[in-house]
Design a protein around this ligand. Structure first.
Ligand SMILES: [Mn+2]
Length: 321
């Protein structure tokens, strides 16, 4: 369960716990507004939203694709608080209309990452150093050519931002929740990733783990048609899904992590460069069909599916055209 920070702050940001984009959104908002933040994944976002109580007057939700179940919680929160939703994942038109009717401030664009959208929203109160954070997120999400990101990107030294982004994104893959919070705190002070104590070491550890997985993974992989899949076990599902495409040129790769307690599985899904399937759209529909949630970009997406439906889901995905 989510424990709310014990202080009197009335503003809170809920942001994605899995990547640079989510961290930077939380850090940027904290740097412009005295606020708390919580980091959530698709598996626990509903619990996270449920924990928000009437003491808050302003809530931000960032870098988390919205599902129907989240809308109910948004409606509840809206009864006592302002709500701003900042995101760049596919949004259903019907859901978008409901959000607007609820008086939610929707800041949404598919072409720029959530951090760049957040930076843009608050840019009059943000420094040049803050723009650097937004650029880390854009690179990490593969959206440095977005209409807003492109202009920001040109302001900074390319080699330096690439280095800092690489350190940060690799370290996050290995970080536990306590260290993730530490990273957000440091980013909020505009500290450079390479100066955060322990971060470079963690990034190297991750790189070493990837090197080991390149040897180990061939023994664990399974396949149904064009879908190559493997349990993530102790590693992040994103790492395994990326590696399956890298090692096998898998048209579609799926890596899953089973949450025994709630009998759901978290999936990372990737597509190869040559694949023409829009996985974000396909997974969005299939996840609903199998009583889960999911979606994302054309070649990078995620889902949460009841574990009992996992194999049916993979099978259906293998029939994608
Ligand atoms: Mn993102």
């Amino acid at each position: 369960m989510f424990e709310l920070p014990k202080n009197k702050l009335k503003i809170i940001c809920i942001s994605h716990a899995k990547d640079v984009d989510g961290f930077v959104c939380a850090a940027l908002i904290k740097s412009v507004k005295e606020s708390n933040y919580l980091l959530a994944n698709y598996g626990d976002i509903n619990d996270c939203l449920k924990s928000i109580d009437g003491k808050y007057t302003s809530v931000y939700v960032c870098d988390l694709a919205i599902s129907e179940t989240m809308v109910d919680e948004f409606a509840r929160i809206r009864q006592f608080s302002n709500l701003t939703y900042i995101d760049h994942h596919i949004i259903d038109i019907k859901i978008n209309n409901i959000l607007r009717k609820l008086g939610i401030n929707v800041v949404h664009n598919r072409l720029d990452c959530a951090s760049v959208l957040t930076y843009n929203l608050f840019k009059t109160n943000l420094s040049r150093e803050a723009g650097l954070l937004a650029v880390y997120a854009a690179i990490s999400d593969g959206l440095e050519n977005g209409p807003l990101a492109r202009k920001l990107f040109r302001r900074y030294d390319r080699a330096f931002i690439m280095f800092e982004t690489t350190l940060l994104s690799n370290a996050i893959e290995k970080a536990n929740i306590e260290y993730k919070k530490k990273i957000v705190e440091e980013l909020c002070k505009f500290e450079y990733p390479h100066r955060v104590p322990g971060l470079s070491e963690l990034a190297l550890e991750h790189a070493e783990r990837v090197a080991a997985l390149r040897v180990e993974l061939p023994n664990r992989i399974q396949r149904i048609g064009k879908v190559f899949y493997a349990s993530a076990e102790e590693d992040p599902t994103e790492t395994i899904a990326n590696l399956l495409v890298d090692l096998y040129d898998a048209p579609i790769s799926v890596s899953y992590h089973i949450n025994e307690k709630i009998q759901t599985s978290d999936l990372s899904i990737r597509g190869s460069v040559s694949s023409r399937i829009n996985l974000g759209k396909r997974v969005y529909k299939l996840a609903r069909k199998f009583e889960g949630t999911g979606g994302g970009h054309a070649k990078t997406c995620g889902a949460t599916i009841p574990t009992s439906k996992l194999m049916e889901f993979i099978q259906a995905l293998s029939l994608s055209k």
